[in-house]
Design a protein around this ligand. Structure first.
Ligand SMILES: C[S@@+](CC[C@H](N)C(=O)[O-])C[C@H]1O[C@@H](n2cnc3c(N)ncnc32)[C@H](O)[C@@H]1O
Length: 238
C-alpha cells in the first residue's frame, strides 16, 4: 500500500500494534544549516536536497514533528518490533533522547559509507561520505535478527544510489536498494509488514516487496509519490 499525505496524520488511522518494522529516512534538519553556510551549493541547486524544500524547518519545529512521529511509531509497532531511522550525524543525539521517551530501546548507530560521494572541495577538507542509521527495538530489548550465524557489523558500504534505480524520476536523497535490502533481510521475516512513513521515491517499499515482505509507504510530495508508484508497479509486474 502506498499513501500520499502527511505520515503522522495517516499513521493515526492505523490500528495499534499492527506493524512489524519501520525503516525510514526522515528529513535530517540540516537544510537551514546548509543555507546559512557560505558553500558552493548554489551551483548545484537542482540536485541538492537543501533546496528541495522539504528539509527547511527550524530546529524546534523539526523536533516537535519528530516527537509526534515517534509517538505514532510507538502506537502502531508491535512489541519487540524494530525501528531503523536514517539520520545526519549531528542529529543522532536528538533522536535518541526523543525515542527513549516513547519506549524505544537503543541498539546502535550504524554507518552507511558511500564509496563514491561527490568529491566536493576535496582539496580543502575531508569529503563527507557517511550517513547514520539509528537502530531501536520497541517495548523490548531484542527483536528479529537474521544473521545466518555470521557476524554483522553496523557498518554498511555501497555506492551512492545508481542511475538505474532512478529511471522513473530523481529524488535528491534516494537510498540504494542494496542498503535497504541488507537492513530488511536482517530485521524482518518474509510476510512481515514494513512501514516507511517518509518513503520519498519508495526505495524501502521496492526493497521490501523484492524480499517478499509486505509494505506500506507514505509520502507527502505528490511527485515523489508518483515515482514510488511507478517503481513498485514495475517490480510487481515482473
Ligand atoms: C530523506 S527523504 C526520503 C528518501 C527516500 N529514502 C528514498 O530513497 O527516496 C524524506 C522524504 O520525506 C518526505 N516528507 C517530509 N515530511 C513528510 C511528512 N510529514 N509525511 C510524509 N512524508 C514527508 C519528503 O517529501 C521527502 O521525500
Amino acid at each position: 500500500m502506498l499513501l500520499n499525505g502527511d505520515c503522522v496524520k495517516m499513521m493515526s488511522s492505523f490500528p495499534e500494534k499492527s506493524i512489524d518494522c519501520i525503516i525510514t529516512d526522515p528529513p535530517y534538519n540540516i537544510g537551514l544549516f546548509m543555507h546559512e553556510r557560505n558553500t558552493n551549493l548554489n551551483k548545484m541547486r537542482a540536485n541538492q536536497f537543501a533546496y528541495a524544500g522539504w528539509d527547511n524547518l527550524e530546529y524546534t519545529e523539526w523536533k516537535q514533528n519528530m516527537t509526534r512521529f515517534l509517538k505514532q511509531c510507538s502506537r502502531v509497532l508491535k512489541k519487540k518490533a524494530t525501528l531503523i531511522m536514517f539520520m545526519s550525524v549531528i542529529k543522532v543525539a536528538d533522536i535518541l533522547n526523543l525515542a527513549t521517551k516513547y519506549g524505544f530501546y537503543y541498539k546502535t548507530t550504524g554507518i552507511w559509507h558511500k564509496t563514491n560521494p561527490m568529491p566536493r572541495n576535496m582539496n580543502l577538507h575531508f569529503v563527507n561520505s557517511i550517513e547514520c542509521w539509528i537502530y531501536f527495538i520497541y517495548d523490548g530489548t531484542t527483536g528479529t535478527f537474521n544473521n545466518e550465524g555470521k557476524v554483522k557489523h553496523d557498518f554498511l558500504e555501497s555506492s551512492v544510489c545508481p542511475l538505474s534505480e532512478k529511471k522513473y524520476g530523481k529524488h535528491p536523497t534516494q537510498k540504494p536498494l542494496s542498503i535497504l535490502k541488507e537492513l530488511i533481510k536482517s530485521v524482518t521475516n518474509p510476510n512481515d509488514i514494513v512501514l516507511d512513513p517518509f518513503m520519498g521515491s519508495g526505495s524501502t517499499c521496492v526493497a521490501a516487496t523484492q524480499l517478499k515482505r509486505r509494505y506500506i509507504g507514505i509520502e507527502l510530495n505528490k511527485e515523489y509519490y508518483e515515482i514510488a508508484k511507478s517503481r513498485i508497479k514495475e517490480v510487481e509486474e515482473i
